[in-house]
Design a protein around this ligand. Structure first.
Ligand code: FAD
Length: 382
């Protein structure tokens, strides 16, 4: 029997395990945490009864039909539309910046085409080839909207000035010239009725899958298996021998309230003087439930130190250089494939994570059938 280890019981590990189990393999899944679901983990807060997203708010959204159909085998999705507000310069605005935001911010009643012309008059067109985040934002929206909605938030989120961040972070014009405040453009959007953990437990619920929690898997153990899928941090697998890849981590400060605390799921804070980036009121993530009490979390972003939970990869030039070297090491490792957001050091939305795990399982099964070697990466990080 082919002996397979899957490291990590998050979405990557769970989907891989399920696909392999359904093809007759008997994968063993290991996770150092006391629960499955990785960073998507949800649990009920005893005091309020609210379903809490333990590692930060997760909203499922996708255009990928295969992923949507796949997940619907394991959970009922409840309708959910992500709408975000921001407090900035003493007022509350709607995000992403839309016609309402522009009219409120500038005290106008612009039509879509008037707003477009107006913003063009604000944009700094002297910046021909924007290199930094700040230049890109100034070119798109001009100084006032940049100050109110991007500058402070970005500084807090990434811990450095937007003049140090690459323009690629702000790829598209972050403005809508209508009143649409749905945060996502995707066809499908929703929340799993009983939370993400119940959904992932169901994915893992197969007689061929053996789940081992509170089990830290290290490189030496790889030799005991015919193949390992590793969804932990790639630098951690190699014991950080080339250094640590930079991540931002989050601290969550709990806020409890009677009734309603802020009236919406997510309130961003654009001013640099407010130390947190946003407050999430978790009962709003399950709008079909009713709760008298509320629980919220204020998010503080900081550099991830040794022992911290890695959240957002910082992909600046130094990290990309180090990543290249880890990729070389990984390619010379035998019988290990690196998958998922940590294994490939990329920010991946849940739908992309699932799609990649489905494809990795498909490729693995077909390569094994034809006795071919299994690559270290199914998607090579760059
Ligand atoms: C703050 C935040 C908000 C997000 N919000 C959204 C959202 O709204 N919508 C969306 O689509 N996506 C969102 N995402 C992305 C989503 O979290 C990821 O797509 C998903 O978690 C990736 O799953 P994964 O299995 O690759 O990684 P993870 O969920 O990180 O799972 C990896 C697991 O492996 C375990 N592990 C690591 N190393 C070892 C080891 N050596 N031994 C044993 N176990 C190990 C870890 O403890 C973890 O449980 C968000 C991400 C963050 C950081």
């Amino acid at each position: 029997m082919t002996n397979i280890a899957i490291v990590g019981a998050g979405l990557s590990g769970a989907v891989l395990a399920r696909e392999l189990a359904e093809s007759g393999y008997h994968p063993r899944v290991f996770d150092n945490r006391s629960h499955v679901a990785g960073n998507c983990h949800t649990e009920r807060d005893h005091e309020s009864g609210v379903m809490v997203h333990k590692y930060g708010p997760h909203i499922f959204h996708t255009d990928n039909e295969r992923v949507w159909q796949y997940l619907n085998r394991f959970t009922k999705f409840m309708p959910y539309t992500n709408r975000v507000k921001t407090t900035s310069q003493g007022q509350v605005f709607s995000l992403p910046i839309n016609l309402h935001t522009i009219n409120q911010f500038f005290g106008k009643t612009f039509s879509p085409s008037e707003a477009k012309d107006f913003l063009e008059s604000q944009a700094d067109l002297t910046i021909e080839d924007p290199q930094t985040f700040e230049e890109q934002a100034l070119r798109f929206v001009g100084p006032d909207l940049y100050e109110a909605f991007f500058k402070g938030y970005t500084q807090k989120q990434w811990g450095c000035s937007p003049t140090k961040l690459p323009s690629s972070i702000l790829k598209r014009l972050p403005v809508r010239f209508n009143y649409d405040d749905n945060y996502f453009f995707h066809r499908y959007q929703g929340m799993p009725k009983d939370g993400y953990t119940a959904m992932i437990e169901k994915i893992l619920d197969h007689e061929n899958i053996d789940v081992n929690l509170e089990y830290y898997f290290n490189r030496e153990q790889s030799t005991q298996f015919d193949h390992v899928f590793y969804s932990g941090p790639i630098d951690g697998y190699f014991n950080f021998q080339l250094g640590r890849l930079g991540y931002r981590t989050l601290d969550f400060k709990e806020i409890r309230a009677e009734g309603d605390y802020q009236g919406c799921a997510v309130m961003n804070y654009g001013d640099e003087s407010v130390p947190y980036t946003r407050i999430a009121e978790h009962k709003y993530f399950s709008p079909w439930e009713e709760h008298n009490k509320s629980i919220c979390f204020a998010e503080y972003s900081r550099e991830c130190e040794e022992g911290g939970i890695p959240y957002y990869p910082i992909r600046l030039i130094e990290e990309q250089e180090m990543l290249k070297q880890y990729v070389e090491l990984a390619n010379s490792e035998q019988k290990v494939s690196f998958v998922g957001r940590l294994g490939t050091y990329r920010y991946l939305d849940m739908d992309v994570t699932i799609d990649e795990a489905l494809s990795a399982a498909e490729q693995f099964i077909s390569l094994r059938q034809s006795n071919q070697s299994i690559p270290a990466f199914f998607v090579t990080p760059q």
